[in-house]
Design a protein around this ligand. Structure first.
Ligand SMILES: [Mn+2]
Length: 326
């Protein structure tokens, strides 16, 4: 069954002169790695074909694995085989022209909720889409070429989607696929430097946040990112607000949030939680989002206090009805 799907994917690739690879919005290491990695494999294996990686918003820190092709072109998308990597649902594809494609192959490892492809190849048993690409290469290694550049991109996705090989879903078959990338000439230390070294100013701001965050009575951890603070630490407001998850593992503190000062004096609120649903709270304050990650807006110090009070009550109720270790 699985071999049949893999065969049909290779067959469709061979049938097209032009192939476009796209990935999901808010790019991460796995979707960028599988897009660039697959592109490099296909370019090396089929030099006569045109192979493109297209995407909208970029992630600067991932540019070391190679960049996507410029300017996504509607005409090209219309006349190409579209391969979508690491993207569970059609609306998460970061492309303006995915809708015009005649034929779509979905390659993914998330729970299949949207079979938008003509072929849907979903491997929930593998912890990264980059591993699916390596497995595809492994199956047809007499026809496909794994270049060093492809191996570097794919290895990056294997690392980032598994928290550096720490999670429970790491097993022997997966690590054998990792080995295929390691057999190429890649510099692991360089890859890890790009992914995990921190800017000195950000590290110092982290220290400041950890020293100065506050907490409500029932355990809502909170911190205020002001323009002044960012200036003083020479860190951009967006880099500073990305630090909200610094507060994600404080015992008994199941909700944590950042107030982020905007130019007009209002505050964006980044709310995160474990166990407790906070999207309702976010909706009450003009925002919304997921159950455990949402955003909102407050217009004054007074509204900030009300939101904190509401969050505190929410957590109090949660703890009363769900006694346990948090
Ligand atoms: Mn992934």
């Amino acid at each position: 069954m699985e071999l049949e799907i893999k065969k049909s994917i290779l067959e469709r690739i061979k049938a097209h002169d032009s192939i476009v690879i796209v990935r999901h919005v808010k790019p991460d290491g796995d979707c960028m790695g599988s897009s660039i990695g697959l592109r490099e494999i296909l370019r090396a294996s089929f030099p006569d074909k045109k192979v493109y990686s297209f995407g909208g918003s970029k992630a600067d820190y991932l540019e070391f694995i190679g960049t996507e092709d410029e300017e996504e072109d509607e005409e090209i998308c219309r006349n190409s085989l579209l391969i979508v990597v690491d993207t569970a649902t059609f609306d998460r594809i970061d492309s303006n022209h995915a809708g015009v494609a005649q034929e779509i192959i979905k390659i993914d490892h998330h729970i299949p909720v949207d079979d938008y492809g003509t072929i849907n190849y979903v491997r929930e048993d593998l912890p990264a889409t980059c591993a699916i690409i390596l497995d595809l290469y492994d199956t047809f290694s007499d026809e496909l070429v794994l270049t060093d550049a492809a191996a570097k991109a794919l290895f990056t996705g294997l690392v980032t989607d598994t928290g550096r090989f720490r999670y429970n879903n790491i097993d022997g078959p997966f690590m054998r696929l990792v080995a295929l990338a390691l057999e190429r000439d890649i510099n692991i230390e360089e890859i890890y430097s790009h992914l995990y070294l921190k800017d000195k100013n950000i590290l110092k701001l982290q220290g400041h946040v950890l020293n100065h965050f506050k907490a409500t009575e029932n355990g809502v951890a909170h911190f205020k990112i002001t323009k002044r603070l960012c200036r003083r630490h020479r860190v951009s407001v967006s880099d500073a607000s990305a630090l909200v998850n610094l507060l994600d593992s404080i015992k008994d503190h199941l909700i944590w949030l950042f107030f982020i000062e905007s130019e007009d004096g209002t505050y964006r609120v980044r709310i995160r939680s474990r166990y407790v649903a906070i999207n309702g709270l976010a909706e009450k304050y003009g925002g919304g989002g997921h159950k455990q990650a949402a955003g909102a807006l407050v217009r004054s110090k007074k509204e900030m206090k009300t939101l904190l009070k509401d969050a505190d009550n929410l957590l109090k109720e949660y703890k009363q009805s769900n006694p346990g270790v948090f």
